[in-house]
Design a protein around this ligand. Structure first.
Ligand code: ASP
Length: 439
């Protein structure tokens, strides 16, 4: 058994948190590859080390003195080292960073140092080898990941280091310049390591006990999802639910390595298993609910639209030409609606409308804004009768008007649109009927 374990910033924010992480790793011999983030917030007022590094880069860019902020970072690491009673010194590393800053280091180099330094401490604390991510994660010249080369490099190097710490978030181009993933990218590093070493499982340790059925800011103490498929997760993530970086899913899902979301502050909790497929029946008909506010519908009407060949294509051309992504497209006989994100659309709305007028000559065109989409997702819906019926009657009981309904052909999700004002009540009503009422 071989496990790759990734720890997020809040799991490594202080010496105390490091100790919890140490206990978790030592409790299981198979936790052999460790991917740390940079130290996160210790409390709500605190600043993440990565954000301090961004600040340094911003100061460098505008020629402002940044050494005080660098000192602040030094102190944070010194506190962790002292708290853990380690002998390790980061003097040389900070000297090198300072030199690079003076030489005008690139942004990615600067913001990646949080993970690099935390990796050094973690390696000393665990007695695991340190493998610099810059030597095993390869980016192309255009900044995209070279996955094949990354797997090759990682496999070769990690074979020589059976127990290793690989800092998250960054890698490098062939010429050695550091490149980072987008924010939260240590999740991707963990996933790449898991794939390269053919891990049995990728544990992603964070500060929640798993993926929840609904957003805890809307539903009080929602249940944790025990098992979820990659497909279900993608549907929910697309609608804004997230526990990890979206790009972290593909490397492991392609080869069927499960991800286990775990809580560093509650290591006994089983967390959520994310799997390719499962015979486990979900506890409820639905697996999760997620949604987002801020959508707009363009309603287009034209007599005899049903027989006008090419009408939809022409209407969609207007969106494509203006670079607006279309989310949904419910239609009637003589009407079609195109649903888009308000933020993508508002700047370009006049261009899109005039292009639709030109291409489609509609009888009527109106815009409805300020509504929310909610996705009710679950592999169990396919085999259960009456899911839609229960969903709609729950919303009717809550006096919520449904503006649109869309069930994907895979029967994995039902998407509904409601007004922005009804958003939270709708999610609560759906949670109540499927989870609280246990159906
Ligand atoms: N430290 C980086 C961030 O704050 C990357 C990560 O934590 O995954 O985004």
């Amino acid at each position: 058994m071989k496990k790759v374990v990734k720890f997020g910033g809040s799991s490594l924010a202080s010496a105390e948190q490091f100790q919890k992480v140490g206990d978790i790793i030592r409790a299981d011999e198979s936790r052999v590859f460790v991917v740390p983030s940079a130290p996160g917030k210790r409390n709500s007022q605190d600043t993440k080390v990565t954000d301090l590094l961004y600040k340094i880069y911003g100061m460098m860019e505008s020629n402002r003195p940044y050494l005080k902020v660098l000192e602040q970072i030094k102190i944070r690491y010194a506190e962790i080292i002292r708290g853990l009673g380690l002998k390790v010194s980061l003097v040389k590393e900070f000297e090198e960073i300072r030199k690079q800053l003076e030489k005008g280091a690139g942004e990615d180099y600067v913001i990646s140092r949080g993970e690099y330094l935390n990796g050094k401490i973690m390696s000393a604390y665990l007695g695991y080898d340190f493998v610099d991510a810059a030597n095993v994660i390869r980016f192309n010249d255009d900044g995209t990941l070279d996955a094949e080369e990354t797997y090759r490099l990682m496999k070769a190097q990690l074979e020589a280091h059976p127990k290793a710490v690989i800092p998250g978030f960054y890698g490098s181009r062939k010429n050695g310049t550091v490149v980072t993933f987008s924010r939260g990218g240590s999740d991707i590093t963990g996933s790449l390591v898991a794939r390269a070493v053919k891990a049995d499982i990728y544990e992603n340790w964070t500060d929640v006990s798993g993926f929840m059925v609904a957003d805890p800011r809307i539903v009080k103490d929602p249940e944790v999802i025990h098992t979820i498929t990659y497909e279900e997760l993608r549907e929910l993530a697309y609608m804004g639910a997230s526990v990890m970086h979206e790009d972290a899913i593909f490397p492991v899902s392609q080869v069927g390595i499960p991800i286990n979301i775990r809580n560093t502050n509650d290591p006994e909790a089983e967390g959520t298993m994310i799997v390719e497929r499962t015979s486990r029946v979900s506890k409820y008909t639905i697996t999760g609910i997620a949604g987002m506010r801020g959508f707009v519908a363009l309603n287009i009407a034209k007599d005899k639209m049903n027989t006008a060949v090419g009408f939809c294509r022409k209407a969609l051309t207007a969106f494509e030409e203006n670079g607006v992504s279309v989310e949904h497209m419910p239609s009637g006989i003589d009407t079609m609606s195109v649903i888009v994100h308000q933020k993508d659309f508002s700047e370009k709305e006049q261009q899109v409308i005039s292009r639709i007028e030109e291409l489609c000559e509609p009888d009527h065109l109106d815009i409805e804004s300020d509504f929310a989409l909610i996705a009710v997702v679950g592999r169990g819906m396919k085999s259960t009768r009456g899911t839609a019926g229960r969903l709609f009657s729950a919303l009717a009981h809550a006096h919520i008007n449904i503006k649109m309904i869309d069930q994907g052909s895979s029967e994995l999700n039902i998407i509904i649109a409601v007004s922005n004002d009804d958003f939270e009540n709708a999610i609560r009503a759906i949670y109540d009927i499927f989870v609280m009422a246990q159906i």
